[in-house]
Design a binder for this molecule. Sequence first.
Ligand SMILES: [Cu+2]
Length: 128
Amino acid sequence: MMKTKNKWSISFAILLLIVGCEDKNEIYQNEGGLIDGIYTVYAGNMYYNPSTISITEGDSIRFINDNGFHDVKITSGPIKLFLNPCQGGCTIGTLVFDVAGTYNYICSIGTHAQQGMTGTIIVNPKKN
Ligand SMILES: [Cu+2]
């Protein structure tokens, strides 16, 4: 009888531990994508969401900062673009992509990029 009770106690403790860890790691992130006809990427501690987005030549992407201090700096791709940082909640800015290709970008504040603030924009050629 005592043994069973202990087993339950341990199971319960493990369950609490798992739930506790999940809560700690869970960061609420707004889902980006095509919102009201505008491609939208949300930024926050320490994410861009979605981190990879596919658009077509001529499309724009607006970057909205949910929280923290973040910028957008394209580090590789056909054109190097940059948006100045702002303190969330704020709109970091909007970039227009007129040249097809793959653009990789980071948040250049502190060690944010190393902590996961990186993203990719795939700009597909316009179909004629
Ligand atoms: Cu940042």
